[in-house]
Ligand binder design. Structure first.
Ligand code: KE4
Length: 435
Protein backbone atom coordinates (compact mmCIF):
# COMPACT_ATOMS: atom_id res chain seq x y z
CA UNK A 1 0.00 0.00 0.00
CA UNK A 2 1.60 3.33 -0.98
CA UNK A 3 0.93 5.93 1.69
CA UNK A 4 1.68 9.55 0.86
CA UNK A 5 4.36 10.82 3.27
CA UNK A 6 3.83 14.53 4.15
CA UNK A 7 7.09 16.50 4.63
CA UNK A 8 7.06 16.60 8.42
CA UNK A 9 6.51 12.87 8.76
CA UNK A 10 9.63 11.10 9.87
CA UNK A 11 8.57 7.48 9.56
CA UNK A 12 6.27 5.13 7.71
CA UNK A 13 4.46 4.35 10.99
CA UNK A 14 3.75 8.05 11.41
CA UNK A 15 2.57 8.35 7.81
CA UNK A 16 0.31 5.33 8.22
CA UNK A 17 -1.05 6.77 11.46
CA UNK A 18 -1.93 10.03 9.68
CA UNK A 19 -3.66 8.04 6.95
CA UNK A 20 -5.40 5.76 9.48
CA UNK A 21 -6.87 8.72 11.34
CA UNK A 22 -8.76 9.67 8.18
CA UNK A 23 -10.76 6.45 8.32
CA UNK A 24 -10.51 4.90 11.81
CA UNK A 25 -11.48 6.66 15.08
CA UNK A 26 -8.19 7.72 16.70
CA UNK A 27 -6.38 5.84 13.93
CA UNK A 28 -6.60 2.56 15.82
CA UNK A 29 -8.92 -0.39 16.17
CA UNK A 30 -8.39 -0.57 19.91
CA UNK A 31 -7.67 2.45 22.14
CA UNK A 32 -4.59 1.23 23.99
CA UNK A 33 -2.72 0.91 20.64
CA UNK A 34 -2.85 4.69 20.18
CA UNK A 35 0.03 5.31 22.61
CA UNK A 36 -2.16 7.83 24.50
CA UNK A 37 -0.79 6.31 27.70
CA UNK A 38 2.84 7.00 26.77
CA UNK A 39 2.71 9.83 24.23
CA UNK A 40 4.13 9.93 20.73
CA UNK A 41 2.88 8.20 17.61
CA UNK A 42 1.96 4.52 17.72
CA UNK A 43 4.11 2.04 15.83
CA UNK A 44 2.68 0.12 12.91
CA UNK A 45 4.16 -3.37 12.60
CA UNK A 46 4.85 -5.33 9.44
CA UNK A 47 5.59 -8.67 11.11
CA UNK A 48 6.85 -10.77 13.96
CA UNK A 49 9.11 -13.79 14.45
CA UNK A 50 9.69 -15.54 17.77
CA UNK A 51 10.17 -12.89 20.45
CA UNK A 52 10.75 -10.13 17.88
CA UNK A 53 8.56 -7.57 16.11
CA UNK A 54 9.49 -5.51 13.06
CA UNK A 55 7.83 -2.15 12.50
CA UNK A 56 6.99 -0.52 9.18
CA UNK A 57 10.40 1.19 9.16
CA UNK A 58 12.15 -2.17 9.62
CA UNK A 59 13.13 -1.41 13.20
CA UNK A 60 13.25 -4.59 15.29
CA UNK A 61 12.05 -4.87 18.90
CA UNK A 62 11.93 -7.53 21.57
CA UNK A 63 8.18 -7.85 22.09
CA UNK A 64 6.69 -8.00 25.62
CA UNK A 65 3.11 -7.37 24.49
CA UNK A 66 2.67 -10.62 22.55
CA UNK A 67 -0.59 -9.37 21.00
CA UNK A 68 -1.73 -8.73 24.62
CA UNK A 69 -1.20 -12.27 25.81
CA UNK A 70 -2.15 -14.81 23.10
CA UNK A 71 1.37 -15.38 21.77
CA UNK A 72 2.71 -17.48 24.64
CA UNK A 73 4.84 -19.38 22.08
CA UNK A 74 6.08 -16.19 20.38
CA UNK A 75 5.25 -14.98 16.86
CA UNK A 76 4.68 -17.49 14.05
CA UNK A 77 5.46 -20.64 16.02
CA UNK A 78 5.93 -23.46 13.47
CA UNK A 79 3.29 -25.68 15.11
CA UNK A 80 0.69 -22.91 14.80
CA UNK A 81 1.63 -22.02 11.22
CA UNK A 82 1.56 -25.69 10.21
CA UNK A 83 -1.87 -26.19 11.79
CA UNK A 84 -3.24 -23.15 9.98
CA UNK A 85 -1.77 -24.26 6.63
CA UNK A 86 -3.30 -27.70 7.07
CA UNK A 87 -6.73 -26.23 7.84
CA UNK A 88 -6.50 -23.89 4.87
CA UNK A 89 -6.47 -26.92 2.56
CA UNK A 90 -9.96 -27.78 3.90
CA UNK A 91 -11.66 -24.44 4.31
CA UNK A 92 -12.01 -21.28 6.38
CA UNK A 93 -15.31 -22.00 8.11
CA UNK A 94 -18.75 -23.49 7.52
CA UNK A 95 -21.15 -22.02 10.07
CA UNK A 96 -21.57 -25.60 11.18
CA UNK A 97 -19.85 -27.90 13.66
CA UNK A 98 -16.47 -29.49 13.14
CA UNK A 99 -14.44 -32.17 14.89
CA UNK A 100 -11.89 -29.53 15.90
CA UNK A 101 -14.49 -27.86 18.15
CA UNK A 102 -14.99 -31.14 20.00
CA UNK A 103 -11.24 -31.58 20.36
CA UNK A 104 -10.61 -28.12 21.79
CA UNK A 105 -13.65 -28.34 24.10
CA UNK A 106 -12.41 -31.68 25.43
CA UNK A 107 -8.92 -30.22 25.91
CA UNK A 108 -10.20 -27.15 27.78
CA UNK A 109 -12.34 -29.34 30.06
CA UNK A 110 -9.33 -31.59 30.72
CA UNK A 111 -6.93 -28.72 31.49
CA UNK A 112 -9.43 -26.69 33.54
CA UNK A 113 -11.41 -29.31 35.53
CA UNK A 114 -13.91 -26.74 36.87
CA UNK A 115 -15.14 -26.45 33.29
CA UNK A 116 -17.63 -29.27 32.67
CA UNK A 117 -19.21 -27.63 29.63
CA UNK A 118 -17.68 -24.88 27.48
CA UNK A 119 -18.97 -22.64 24.71
CA UNK A 120 -16.59 -21.00 22.21
CA UNK A 121 -17.04 -17.36 21.22
CA UNK A 122 -14.78 -14.94 19.30
CA UNK A 123 -13.49 -12.52 21.93
CA UNK A 124 -12.87 -12.15 25.63
CA UNK A 125 -15.63 -9.56 25.80
CA UNK A 126 -18.15 -12.04 24.43
CA UNK A 127 -16.91 -14.62 26.92
CA UNK A 128 -17.42 -12.40 29.98
CA UNK A 129 -20.67 -10.92 28.69
CA UNK A 130 -22.10 -14.39 28.10
CA UNK A 131 -20.87 -15.71 31.45
CA UNK A 132 -22.66 -12.88 33.24
CA UNK A 133 -25.85 -13.47 31.28
CA UNK A 134 -25.93 -17.16 32.14
CA UNK A 135 -25.11 -16.39 35.79
CA UNK A 136 -28.08 -14.00 35.89
CA UNK A 137 -30.30 -16.56 34.16
CA UNK A 138 -29.23 -19.34 36.52
CA UNK A 139 -29.72 -17.33 39.73
CA UNK A 140 -32.68 -15.25 38.48
CA UNK A 141 -30.82 -12.29 40.01
CA UNK A 142 -29.54 -9.09 38.34
CA UNK A 143 -26.75 -7.53 40.41
CA UNK A 144 -23.10 -8.07 39.47
CA UNK A 145 -19.97 -7.38 41.53
CA UNK A 146 -16.74 -6.25 39.87
CA UNK A 147 -13.60 -4.57 41.13
CA UNK A 148 -11.90 -1.24 40.55
CA UNK A 149 -9.14 -1.52 37.98
CA UNK A 150 -10.32 -4.86 36.66
CA UNK A 151 -11.22 -4.98 32.97
CA UNK A 152 -13.43 -7.62 31.42
CA UNK A 153 -13.78 -6.28 27.90
CA UNK A 154 -16.13 -3.54 26.76
CA UNK A 155 -19.31 -5.06 28.20
CA UNK A 156 -21.72 -2.18 28.86
CA UNK A 157 -22.45 -2.97 32.48
CA UNK A 158 -18.77 -3.57 33.32
CA UNK A 159 -17.32 -0.33 31.93
CA UNK A 160 -17.28 1.24 35.35
CA UNK A 161 -13.89 1.88 36.91
CA UNK A 162 -12.51 -0.53 34.28
CA UNK A 163 -8.79 -1.06 33.86
CA UNK A 164 -6.71 -1.36 30.68
CA UNK A 165 -7.56 1.14 27.94
CA UNK A 166 -10.37 2.74 29.94
CA UNK A 167 -7.96 3.47 32.81
CA UNK A 168 -5.21 4.54 30.43
CA UNK A 169 -7.56 7.09 28.90
CA UNK A 170 -8.23 8.38 32.40
CA UNK A 171 -12.00 7.92 31.87
CA UNK A 172 -12.80 4.76 33.86
CA UNK A 173 -16.53 5.26 33.20
CA UNK A 174 -17.70 5.14 29.56
CA UNK A 175 -20.25 7.41 27.90
CA UNK A 176 -22.97 5.51 26.08
CA UNK A 177 -23.56 3.11 28.95
CA UNK A 178 -27.09 3.67 30.31
CA UNK A 179 -27.18 4.45 34.02
CA UNK A 180 -29.71 1.64 34.34
CA UNK A 181 -26.97 -0.82 33.43
CA UNK A 182 -24.38 0.42 35.89
CA UNK A 183 -27.04 0.59 38.62
CA UNK A 184 -26.83 -3.19 38.48
CA UNK A 185 -23.07 -3.23 38.97
CA UNK A 186 -21.38 -2.96 42.34
CA UNK A 187 -17.77 -1.83 42.09
CA UNK A 188 -15.55 -2.65 45.06
CA UNK A 189 -11.88 -2.08 45.84
CA UNK A 190 -9.73 -5.03 44.70
CA UNK A 191 -8.06 -7.04 47.48
CA UNK A 192 -10.46 -5.71 50.15
CA UNK A 193 -12.18 -8.79 51.64
CA UNK A 194 -13.93 -6.75 54.36
CA UNK A 195 -15.71 -4.57 51.78
CA UNK A 196 -16.85 -7.71 49.95
CA UNK A 197 -18.14 -9.36 53.13
CA UNK A 198 -20.00 -6.18 54.06
CA UNK A 199 -21.71 -5.97 50.66
CA UNK A 200 -22.81 -9.60 50.79
CA UNK A 201 -24.13 -9.19 54.35
CA UNK A 202 -26.48 -6.44 53.15
CA UNK A 203 -27.17 -7.47 49.53
CA UNK A 204 -25.98 -11.06 49.08
CA UNK A 205 -29.40 -12.40 48.14
CA UNK A 206 -29.64 -10.06 45.12
CA UNK A 207 -26.16 -10.74 43.74
CA UNK A 208 -26.10 -12.93 40.64
CA UNK A 209 -22.33 -13.12 40.41
CA UNK A 210 -18.91 -11.83 41.16
CA UNK A 211 -16.66 -11.38 38.15
CA UNK A 212 -12.99 -11.00 38.94
CA UNK A 213 -9.58 -11.21 37.34
CA UNK A 214 -8.09 -13.73 39.79
CA UNK A 215 -4.78 -11.99 39.08
CA UNK A 216 -5.52 -8.42 38.02
CA UNK A 217 -3.68 -7.72 34.76
CA UNK A 218 -5.43 -4.54 33.62
CA UNK A 219 -4.20 -2.17 36.26
CA UNK A 220 -0.70 -3.45 35.58
CA UNK A 221 -0.18 -6.78 37.41
CA UNK A 222 -1.73 -6.97 40.90
CA UNK A 223 -1.96 -10.46 42.47
CA UNK A 224 -4.69 -11.36 44.98
CA UNK A 225 -3.63 -11.04 48.64
CA UNK A 226 -3.68 -14.36 50.56
CA UNK A 227 -7.24 -15.46 51.34
CA UNK A 228 -8.95 -12.99 49.03
CA UNK A 229 -10.08 -15.46 46.38
CA UNK A 230 -11.04 -17.96 49.10
CA UNK A 231 -13.32 -15.31 50.68
CA UNK A 232 -15.05 -14.81 47.32
CA UNK A 233 -15.56 -18.55 47.01
CA UNK A 234 -17.05 -18.84 50.51
CA UNK A 235 -19.38 -15.85 50.03
CA UNK A 236 -20.66 -17.05 46.65
CA UNK A 237 -21.27 -20.53 48.02
CA UNK A 238 -23.07 -19.18 51.09
CA UNK A 239 -25.31 -16.71 49.23
CA UNK A 240 -25.91 -18.80 46.08
CA UNK A 241 -24.08 -16.35 43.80
CA UNK A 242 -21.99 -17.48 40.84
CA UNK A 243 -18.21 -16.95 41.07
CA UNK A 244 -16.82 -16.06 37.65
CA UNK A 245 -13.04 -16.04 37.15
CA UNK A 246 -12.13 -13.92 34.16
CA UNK A 247 -9.07 -15.88 33.02
CA UNK A 248 -8.96 -14.38 29.54
CA UNK A 249 -5.45 -13.17 30.38
CA UNK A 250 -4.33 -15.58 33.15
CA UNK A 251 -5.70 -18.74 31.56
CA UNK A 252 -2.93 -21.15 30.51
CA UNK A 253 -0.45 -18.33 31.21
CA UNK A 254 0.09 -18.20 34.98
CA UNK A 255 -0.13 -22.00 35.09
CA UNK A 256 -1.36 -24.73 32.73
CA UNK A 257 -4.69 -24.78 34.61
CA UNK A 258 -4.74 -21.01 35.02
CA UNK A 259 -4.94 -18.91 38.19
CA UNK A 260 -7.60 -21.24 39.63
CA UNK A 261 -5.03 -24.06 39.58
CA UNK A 262 -2.24 -21.84 40.92
CA UNK A 263 -4.35 -20.63 43.89
CA UNK A 264 -6.45 -23.81 44.18
CA UNK A 265 -9.74 -21.87 44.24
CA UNK A 266 -12.55 -23.23 42.07
CA UNK A 267 -14.91 -20.79 40.33
CA UNK A 268 -18.35 -21.75 39.05
CA UNK A 269 -17.68 -20.21 35.62
CA UNK A 270 -14.49 -19.22 33.81
CA UNK A 271 -14.01 -16.84 30.90
CA UNK A 272 -11.12 -17.62 28.56
CA UNK A 273 -9.52 -16.06 25.48
CA UNK A 274 -6.14 -15.03 24.04
CA UNK A 275 -3.98 -18.20 24.35
CA UNK A 276 -6.84 -20.52 23.28
CA UNK A 277 -6.96 -18.76 19.92
CA UNK A 278 -3.22 -18.98 19.27
CA UNK A 279 -3.37 -15.38 18.04
CA UNK A 280 -6.66 -15.68 16.16
CA UNK A 281 -10.07 -14.54 17.48
CA UNK A 282 -11.28 -17.07 20.05
CA UNK A 283 -12.89 -16.64 23.45
CA UNK A 284 -14.70 -19.19 25.59
CA UNK A 285 -16.80 -19.42 28.71
CA UNK A 286 -17.58 -22.54 30.68
CA UNK A 287 -18.02 -24.13 34.06
CA UNK A 288 -20.56 -26.13 36.03
CA UNK A 289 -22.76 -28.31 33.87
CA UNK A 290 -25.98 -27.24 35.66
CA UNK A 291 -25.21 -23.59 34.88
CA UNK A 292 -23.97 -24.05 31.31
CA UNK A 293 -26.97 -26.18 30.35
CA UNK A 294 -29.10 -23.08 30.84
CA UNK A 295 -27.75 -21.93 27.46
CA UNK A 296 -29.60 -22.27 24.16
CA UNK A 297 -30.39 -24.60 22.58
CA UNK A 298 -30.60 -26.59 25.85
CA UNK A 299 -31.97 -23.83 28.07
CA UNK A 300 -33.58 -20.37 28.12
CA UNK A 301 -30.41 -18.22 28.14
CA UNK A 302 -29.66 -17.15 24.59
CA UNK A 303 -26.10 -16.87 23.26
CA UNK A 304 -24.82 -17.28 19.70
CA UNK A 305 -22.05 -16.34 17.22
CA UNK A 306 -21.52 -16.63 13.47
CA UNK A 307 -17.80 -17.31 13.70
CA UNK A 308 -17.80 -19.16 17.01
CA UNK A 309 -15.52 -22.20 16.78
CA UNK A 310 -13.91 -20.98 13.55
CA UNK A 311 -11.88 -23.95 12.25
CA UNK A 312 -8.90 -21.70 11.49
CA UNK A 313 -8.90 -20.09 14.92
CA UNK A 314 -9.45 -23.43 16.63
CA UNK A 315 -6.58 -24.98 14.64
CA UNK A 316 -4.24 -22.25 15.88
CA UNK A 317 -5.57 -22.54 19.42
CA UNK A 318 -5.24 -26.32 19.52
CA UNK A 319 -1.66 -26.15 18.24
CA UNK A 320 -0.88 -23.72 21.05
CA UNK A 321 -2.65 -25.76 23.73
CA UNK A 322 -0.78 -28.88 22.62
CA UNK A 323 2.56 -27.09 22.74
CA UNK A 324 2.07 -25.67 26.24
CA UNK A 325 1.23 -29.11 27.65
CA UNK A 326 4.80 -30.25 27.07
CA UNK A 327 6.39 -31.18 30.44
CA UNK A 328 8.16 -28.25 32.08
CA UNK A 329 6.75 -25.61 29.73
CA UNK A 330 5.35 -23.38 32.48
CA UNK A 331 8.28 -23.97 34.84
CA UNK A 332 10.62 -22.68 32.14
CA UNK A 333 8.33 -19.74 31.32
CA UNK A 334 8.23 -18.87 35.02
CA UNK A 335 12.04 -19.14 35.28
CA UNK A 336 12.62 -16.78 32.35
CA UNK A 337 10.07 -14.25 33.61
CA UNK A 338 11.62 -14.34 37.08
CA UNK A 339 15.11 -13.87 35.63
CA UNK A 340 13.88 -10.82 33.74
CA UNK A 341 12.24 -9.31 36.83
CA UNK A 342 15.26 -9.99 39.05
CA UNK A 343 17.52 -8.40 36.46
CA UNK A 344 15.34 -5.31 36.09
CA UNK A 345 15.07 -4.93 39.86
CA UNK A 346 18.84 -5.19 40.31
CA UNK A 347 19.49 -2.52 37.66
CA UNK A 348 16.83 -0.18 39.04
CA UNK A 349 18.28 -0.57 42.54
CA UNK A 350 21.79 0.13 41.21
CA UNK A 351 20.48 3.33 39.64
CA UNK A 352 18.53 4.23 42.81
CA UNK A 353 15.24 4.18 40.91
CA UNK A 354 12.19 3.30 43.09
CA UNK A 355 10.94 0.23 41.22
CA UNK A 356 8.66 -2.68 42.16
CA UNK A 357 7.91 -5.83 40.18
CA UNK A 358 5.30 -8.57 40.31
CA UNK A 359 5.57 -11.80 38.29
CA UNK A 360 3.50 -14.92 37.91
CA UNK A 361 4.18 -17.50 35.23
CA UNK A 362 4.51 -15.72 31.91
CA UNK A 363 3.02 -12.43 33.17
CA UNK A 364 4.78 -9.54 34.88
CA UNK A 365 4.18 -6.01 36.13
CA UNK A 366 6.65 -3.19 36.73
CA UNK A 367 5.82 -0.11 38.81
CA UNK A 368 7.77 3.09 39.46
CA UNK A 369 6.92 3.14 43.15
CA UNK A 370 8.60 3.17 46.57
CA UNK A 371 6.18 0.44 47.72
CA UNK A 372 7.60 -3.01 48.45
CA UNK A 373 4.56 -4.49 46.71
CA UNK A 374 1.40 -3.17 45.08
CA UNK A 375 -1.96 -4.66 46.08
CA UNK A 376 -4.57 -1.95 45.57
CA UNK A 377 -5.94 0.30 42.84
CA UNK A 378 -4.93 3.33 44.92
CA UNK A 379 -1.32 2.15 45.07
CA UNK A 380 -1.34 1.63 41.29
CA UNK A 381 -2.71 5.11 40.73
CA UNK A 382 -0.05 6.59 43.04
CA UNK A 383 2.78 5.20 40.88
CA UNK A 384 4.99 7.55 38.84
CA UNK A 385 3.26 7.31 35.45
CA UNK A 386 5.36 10.13 34.00
CA UNK A 387 8.52 8.20 34.80
CA UNK A 388 6.97 5.11 33.19
CA UNK A 389 6.35 7.14 30.02
CA UNK A 390 10.02 8.14 29.83
CA UNK A 391 11.07 4.55 30.59
CA UNK A 392 8.78 3.22 27.82
CA UNK A 393 10.37 5.45 25.19
CA UNK A 394 13.93 4.86 26.41
CA UNK A 395 13.34 1.11 26.17
CA UNK A 396 11.69 1.51 22.75
CA UNK A 397 14.66 3.50 21.49
CA UNK A 398 16.85 0.62 22.67
CA UNK A 399 14.85 -2.03 20.87
CA UNK A 400 12.40 -3.19 23.54
CA UNK A 401 8.63 -2.91 23.00
CA UNK A 402 6.70 -2.80 26.26
CA UNK A 403 2.94 -2.37 26.68
CA UNK A 404 2.27 1.31 25.83
CA UNK A 405 0.54 1.95 29.15
CA UNK A 406 1.45 2.01 32.85
CA UNK A 407 -1.78 0.07 33.44
CA UNK A 408 -0.99 -3.08 31.52
CA UNK A 409 0.81 -6.30 32.36
CA UNK A 410 3.74 -7.56 30.30
CA UNK A 411 4.09 -10.98 28.72
CA UNK A 412 7.04 -13.32 28.27
CA UNK A 413 6.83 -16.09 25.68
CA UNK A 414 8.66 -19.39 25.23
CA UNK A 415 10.59 -17.61 22.45
CA UNK A 416 12.20 -15.15 24.90
CA UNK A 417 15.58 -16.81 25.41
CA UNK A 418 18.78 -15.68 27.14
CA UNK A 419 19.66 -13.41 24.19
CA UNK A 420 16.38 -11.51 24.46
CA UNK A 421 16.45 -11.31 28.26
CA UNK A 422 20.08 -10.06 28.30
CA UNK A 423 19.43 -7.49 25.55
CA UNK A 424 16.38 -6.28 27.50
CA UNK A 425 18.44 -5.91 30.68
CA UNK A 426 21.14 -4.00 28.78
CA UNK A 427 18.46 -1.63 27.45
CA UNK A 428 17.05 -1.24 30.97
CA UNK A 429 20.48 -0.34 32.36
CA UNK A 430 20.69 2.50 29.83
CA UNK A 431 17.11 3.54 30.55
CA UNK A 432 17.42 3.59 34.34
CA UNK A 433 20.61 5.64 34.08
CA UNK A 434 18.73 8.22 32.01
CA UNK A 435 15.57 8.39 34.17
P1 KE4 B 1 -11.19 -8.92 24.18
O1 KE4 B 1 -12.66 -8.65 23.99
O2 KE4 B 1 -10.37 -7.68 23.98
O3 KE4 B 1 -10.71 -10.10 23.34
O4 KE4 B 1 -10.96 -9.39 25.69
C1 KE4 B 1 -11.39 -8.55 26.72
C2 KE4 B 1 -10.69 -8.91 28.01
C3 KE4 B 1 -11.39 -9.61 28.98
N1 KE4 B 1 -10.81 -9.95 30.15
C4 KE4 B 1 -9.52 -9.64 30.41
C5 KE4 B 1 -8.93 -10.05 31.72
C6 KE4 B 1 -8.75 -8.94 29.45
O5 KE4 B 1 -7.46 -8.62 29.73
C7 KE4 B 1 -9.33 -8.56 28.23
C8 KE4 B 1 -8.59 -7.77 27.18
N2 KE4 B 1 -7.25 -7.41 27.50
C9 KE4 B 1 -6.75 -6.20 26.89
C10 KE4 B 1 -5.32 -5.97 27.35
N3 KE4 B 1 -5.24 -5.68 28.72
C11 KE4 B 1 -6.85 -6.24 25.39
C12 KE4 B 1 -6.09 -5.15 24.67
C13 KE4 B 1 -7.01 -4.19 23.98
O6 KE4 B 1 -8.06 -3.84 24.55
O7 KE4 B 1 -6.63 -3.78 22.85
Amino acid sequence: MTVSKPENITSRSAALFEEAKRYIPGGVNSPVRAFRGVGGNPLFFQGGEGAWLTDEDSNRYIDYVGAWGPLILGHRHPDVIEALQAQLTHGLGYGASTEAEVTIAKTICKLVPSIERVRLVTSGTEATMSAIRVARGYTRRDKVVKFEGCYHGHVDGLLVKAGSGALTLGEPDSLGVPKAYTDLTYVLPYNDAAALEKLFETNGDEIACIIVEPVAGNMNLVPPVPGYLETMRELCTHYGSVLIFDEVMTGFRVALGGAQAHYNVTPDLTALGKVIGGGLPVGAFGGKREIMEMIAPMGPVYQAGTLAGSPLAVAAGMAMLNAIQKPGFHDELNRRSKALMNGLQARADAANIPFTTHQLGGMFGCFFSEEESISTFEQVMACDVERFRRYFHLMLNNGVYLAPSAFEAGFVSAAHGDEEINKTLDAAEIAFAAL
